[in-house]
Design a protein around this ligand. Structure first.
Ligand code: NCD
Length: 493
C-alpha cells in the first residue's frame, strides 16, 4: 500500500468542470470581469493591461507533459499579472519523467516547491491522480481526451460577455467530438447552464458513449429523434434538448417528445454558437476523412446570421482564415480571455480575496453521491480505457482501479465509472458484475450486498466483470452456498 502524503481535505482541485458549482463559475466570471475593469488595456477591452501584487507571496508551477501555447502561457501570464511567480516544466524530455519517474512522485515533490500546480498530460485521468498526490491545488490544463475545464471557463466567459444567460442558447459543436477534451468539459457546462446542444461531428468522431450517457442520465437531456431534422440538416448528428429546469447532477424525467419536435423546428432556424474543433491527430492512429470545414459559405443564411464562432485553437484548416475578419468570429478574443479568467481561478484557489461571497469558493465541492470502490490494479474489473492513467506502467504502484458504482435499484443493473478518466463500464444483458468477498471465498450479484459491505470495510471485496471471472478465481456463489448449507443442515437433522 503506497504511502500517501498529508493532503488536507479542504485542498481544492479543478480537474473536471463538474468540480465547480454553477455559483462558483459565476464567481470566477465576476472576478475576471473586475480584473478586466481594474487592470485595463487602454486599446483592447478584452485584454489585461496592468498587474497587481495580490499574489506576490505565491508560486505557480506549470507541469506540462504535452505541447501547449495558450493554456500554459496564459496561466503564466495570469500569475505574473497577479504579481506571483512561476516555475515551469514544459518539456518531459528534460524532466525526471524521462528517467521514468511517476507522475505521482513528481507531483508530491512539486507540492513542496509551489503553491498551486497546473498540469497537462496525454493520459486521461492524469490530473485526478495528480490531485490525489498533491497537497496544493491542482488545475487540469488538459488530460488526454478527458477534460479541459479551464478552456470551458474561457468559452463560457466569452459567451456570457455577449449574452447574459446561456439558458436555451442553441450551441452547435463541430469536428472531433470523440477526442476533443475541450468538448467534454464544454457539453457538461452547457447542460448545467441549460443550453441546447447540437452535434455536428466528423464521421466516426461522435461524442463518447459515456459523455452521451451522462447528458441523458445526469442532466436529463433528451436527444431529439433524427426524423425531426434529418431532411433539413443532414450534417447534424444529434440535438440534445435541455430540460426546462436544468439541474446540476440530478435525474429528471424526460420531456414530452411532441414538445421536443416543436422546439427542434425552432432551433433549426437559429444557431447562436458554432464551436469548431480540430481533428485530434495525436490521439488517433487513423487519418481524418471528410472533416467538416467551417467558413463563410457554411455560415451563410439566416440560421447563422447572429452566430458567434468559437474555437479553442490551435486550428489546422477546419476554420478558414478568411473568416477572421467576420464580425461573428470571436476565437481570438476567446483566447485573450484566458488571462482574466485564469487570474480569477488562481485568486479563488489561493484565497487572495477577503470578500465573503468569494470565500464560499473554498468550502469544497459537493461530494458525489455514488459509492466509491477501489481495488488493486491487477485484480477484478479494470478500466476499459486503454489511455487511462491507471494503464500507465509508471503509475501502477500509485493508482488503483477506482470506480464510482452507479445505479442500484433491483433488478440488479449497475455501471462502474472510472474515478480517473470517467469512462463507464456497463453491464451487458449477458454479463453482470459480480461482487466478491475474497476472505470468505464467495460472491454475489446483488449490489445491495456491496452497499452494505461498503458501510464496513471494503478491503477484501473485489468486483469481477462477470461470474465466470469470479469462478475462475475459485470463488463460489453466496446464494448457492447458502442454499447448499441449508440443504446439508436439513439432511443432517
Ligand atoms: C485545446 C487542447 O489542448 O485541448 N487547446 C487549448 O488548450 N486551447 C484544443 C486542441 O488542442 O485542439
Amino acid at each position: 500500500m503506497p504511502h500517501r502524503p498529508n493532503v488536507t481535505p479542504t485542498t481544492r482541485h479543478v480537474v473536471s468542470i463538474n468540480d465547480l458549482k454553477n455559483k462558483e463559475i459565476d464567481n470566477i466570471f465576476e472576478l475576471a470581469a473586475s480584473y478586466l475593469k481594474e487592470l485595463p488595456d487602454p486599446t483592447f477591452s478584452y485584454r489585461i493591461g496592468h498587474s497587481t501584487d495580490l499574489a506576490s507571496r505565491y508560486i505557480l508551477a506549470t507541469l506540462f507533459y504535452e505541447p501547449s501555447t495558450r493554456t500554459r502561457l496564459s496561466f503564466e501570464s495570469a500569475m505574473l499579472r497577479l504579481g506571483g511567480k512561476i516555475i515551469t516544466s514544459a518539456d518531459p524530455a528534460t524532466s525526471s519523467a524521462a528517467k521514468g519517474e511517476s507522475l505521482a512522485d513528481s507531483v508530491r515533490v512539486i507540492s513542496n516547491y509551489a503553491d498551486i500546480i497546473v498540469i497537462r498530460h496525454p493520459r486521461d485521468g492524469a490530473a485526478r491522480l495528480a490531485a490525489e498526490y498533491s497537497s496544493i491545488p491542482v488545475i487540469n490544463g488538459g488530460d488526454g481526451s478527458h477534460e479541459h475545464p479551464t478552456q470551458t471557463l474561457c468559452d463560457l466567459f466569452t459567451l456570457k460577455q455577449k449574452n447574459k444567460t446561456l439558458k436555451n442558447m442553441n450551441v452547435a459543436i463541430s469536428g472531433d467530438l470523440r477526442g476533443s477534451r475541450t468538448i467534454h468539459s464544454f457539453v457538461y457546462a452547457l447542460a448545467r447552464f441549460g443550453a441546447d446542444i447540437t452535434l455536428m461531428p466528423a464521421k466516426g468522431m461522435e461524442l463518447p458513449k459515456h459523455v452521451d450517457a451522462r447528458l441523458r442520465e445526469e442532466f436529463g437531456y433528451v436527444p431529439a429523434p433524427r426524423s425531426t431534422y434529418e431532411n433539413d440538416e443532414p450534417s447534424i448528428d444529434a440535438f440534445y434538448i435541455t430540460p426546462e429546469e436544468p439541474h446540476q447532477l440530478s435525474l429528471i424525467p424526460n420531456q414530452n417528445l411532441v414538445d421536443v419536435n416543436i422546439r427542434i423546428r425552432e432551433k433549426l432556424e437559429k444557431i447562436d454558437v458554432v464551436y469548431v474543433t480540430r481533428f485530434q491527430k495525436e490521439r488517433w492512429s487513423e487519418k481524418e476523412q471528410h472533416y467538416p470545414k467551417i467558413d463563410a459559405k457554411f455560415l451563410k443564411g439566416p440560421r447563422y446570421s447572429q452566430t458567434s464562432v468559437l474555437h479553442p485553437l490551435p486550428r489546422v484548416g477546419e476554420l478558414d482564415v478568411s473568416f477572421d475578419t467576420d464580425r461573428r468570429a470571436v476565437y481570438f478574443r476567446q483566447a485573450a480571455y484566458g488571462v482574466p479568467v485564469r487570474m480569477a481561478l488562481i485568486s479563488l484557489l489561493l484565497k487572495l480575496h477577503k470578500n465573503k461571497s468569494l470565500q464560499r469558493f473554498n468550502d469544497g465541492f459537493e461530494k458525489s453521491d455514488h459509492l466509491v470502490y477501489s481495488q488493486p490494479v491487477d485484480v477484478g474489473v479494470q478500466c476499459v480505457n486503454a489511455n487511462c492513467i491507471v494503464r500507465e506502467p509508471s503509475e501502477r504502484q500509485h493508482a488503483k482501479n477506482k470506480f464510482y458504482v452507479i445505479g442500484s435499484k433491483p433488478p440488479h443493473k449497475c455501471k462502474l465509472r472510472c474515478v480517473y478518466c470517467e469512462t463507464d463500464i456497463d453491464e451487458t444483458a449477458a454479463e453482470h458484475f459480480v461482487f466478491a468477498d475474497r476472505s470468505k471465498g464467495h460472491y454475489t450479484m446483488d449490489i445491495r450486498w456491496l452497499q452494505e459491505a461498503a458501510q464496513e470495510k471494503m478491503k477484501d471485496i473485489v468486483i469481477f466483470p462477470s461470474e465466470s471471472d469470479a469462478i475462475a478465481e475459485g470463488l463460489h456463489s453466496k446464494e448457492d452456498r447458502a442454499a447448499s448449507t441449508h440443504w446439508r443442515t436439513k439432511s443432517a437433522s
